[in-house]
Design a protein around this ligand. Structure first.
Ligand code: ZN
Length: 181
């Protein structure tokens, strides 16, 4: 989507971009991926199911793998998932660390006076860019507690930061486009 175009909110939520999270590899510093463990790639009908499924970090650069398992909920946990056994804690989707291993996201960059712009993957970056670049932003009629773009911090939405945020997005994009089809 180019600058000046219309942006239509399709009511994306952050979990729509959580199936593949790019992180900094803790061993080599290269780009690693956190995703549902390959042994658990069943059909996840609801987001909460894949969010609480076992996950694996894989680094194509150095071959590191690390596994993450869901844990039973503790007092004070936010969202819980009841799957028959004890309730599981649903990882809190946030940034600029990944929700599973707490590693720095690959796509994160300082801008706008010490703020941190972050995204889980290139598709997430696409939505942020489309939103920030657009002159006209159409809301989705029914987003419940708020879509991803509605919940963006004010500094990303601010017209005065537009150029700086777009420049940061483009720099981040350059770090993932090298091996995109
Ligand atoms: Zn590595």
């Amino acid at each position: 989507m180019g600058e000046g175009e219309r942006f239509r909110d399709r009511a994306w939520r952050l979990f729509d971009f959580a199936r593949e999270i790019l992180v900094v590899c803790p061993r080599c510093g290269g780009r690693a991926v956190v995703a549902v463990h390959p042994d658990h790639l069943t059909c996840h009908r609801y987001a909460v199911q894949f969010l609480t499924a076992p996950h694996r970090l894989t680094c194509p650069g150095c071959g590191l793998t690390r596994d993450w398992s869901p844990r039973p909920a503790r007092k004070g946990d936010g969202d819980l998932y009841f799957a028959g056994g004890p309730p599981l804690a649903v990882p809190r989707l946030t940034g600029p660390g990944d929700p599973y291993f707490g590693l720095p996201l690959w796509l994160r960059r300082r801008c706008c006076g010490g703020r941190t712009l972050w995204a889980y993957n290139a598709a997430h970056l696409d939505v942020l860019e489309g939103y920030v670049a657009a002159r006209l932003r159409e809301r989705h009629p029914n987003t419940g507690s708020g879509s991803l773009v509605e919940r963006l911090p004010a500094w990303i939405k601010a017209a005065g930061n537009r150029d700086e945020v777009l420049a940061a997005i483009r720099t981040l994009r350059a770090s993932v486009t090298s091996d995109r089809d």
